[in-house]
Design a protein around this ligand. Sequence first.
Ligand code: IPM
Ligand code: MG
Length: 371
Amino acid sequence: MSYRIAWLPGDGVGIEVLEAARLVLDAVGFDAEYIDGDIGWSYWCSEGDALPIRTIELLHEVDAAMFGAITSKPVKEAEKELSDDLKGTGLVYRSPIVRMRQLFDLFICLRPCKAYPGNPLNLRNGVDIVVFRENTEDLYAGVEFSPVPEMLSEQLATLSKPFAAFKNLKGDEYAISCKINTRGGSERIIRAAFEFAQRHGRKKVTVVHKANVVRATDGMFLEIAREVHKSFPKIEMDDANIDAMTMWLLKNPLNYDVLVAPNLYGDVISDLSAQLVGGLGFGCSGNIGSKLGVFEPSHGSAPKYAGLYKVNPIATILSTKLMLEWLGETEKAAQIEAATAQVIQEGRVRTYDMGGNAKTLEMANAIAGKI
Ligand code: IPM
Ligand code: MG
């Protein structure tokens, strides 16, 4: 079967790592038509949209997408880089990857972090953690106020006692970002984590939250997790506050198996978990919904390395493995992972982060050569 794959390099090192990924996909004989999509910082500057509508339309027509990386800047800096005719027109920059996740309801952010034997960057051998990060809501909901409208202040003053501390502030003296978590959104990511654990013979799911302070949303998340756990009696469940979790993960990473968290905590622990197994050069990820999967390295566009063909493509190569798995091409996926593991183990080809001087495409060719 031939697949249709949207090919979205983006900008910065995104272009290089996707080129590397393609060498490996071709080596494994993945039968696909790759369709290039426009996405990235230059489209923000020239068209006022880093994720143009034509690219959204493309995503509706494909089986899956590979995404590289995109430069993201805070709202005010982004506004400054717009072309002159677009300045002052009220355009607001929003991260295209966050938009793709929300537009296509890619509610699972899957981030496996495995310490491949022989990787000189492993903080501890044997780590094998899989992060399930909720990917569409929470503090990423995009419901934010700066300045805060008077109407909202008045309402909050009547609805919330603790709000009294803020009620005498003028609208531009504070800002509000809403953490919005739904029951449905929480339940489906927690269920996905338990189902994964069950399917892959994993022992434990750890729920990450801050329910002692953020009681409404995280309290609900934890309560739903306890409910969902009842349908998976063979799998152990425990939970930890996000702050403690960052300590435990560093101290005893071998105690963890599958982690599940609301969006922002998931963002934090997935970088931390990636660092345990070699850093962002090894952090692969899948943004998965019921119809579409968008696969990407979890590192950013690393502007200072752009064009140097220096960065480690393994994060992206392992993301192609996640894509093939999701498409049901499990044998090819396994071949990619085995080849990657072999190159890491042999240690002859290493990128700069691993202490070597192999370039991006040399690493990709070494992996492709093992297939
Ligand atoms: C990630 C990244 C993104 C996020 C950024 C680039 C918007 O950090 O995929 O983890 O915050 O989700
Ligand atoms: Mg992140």
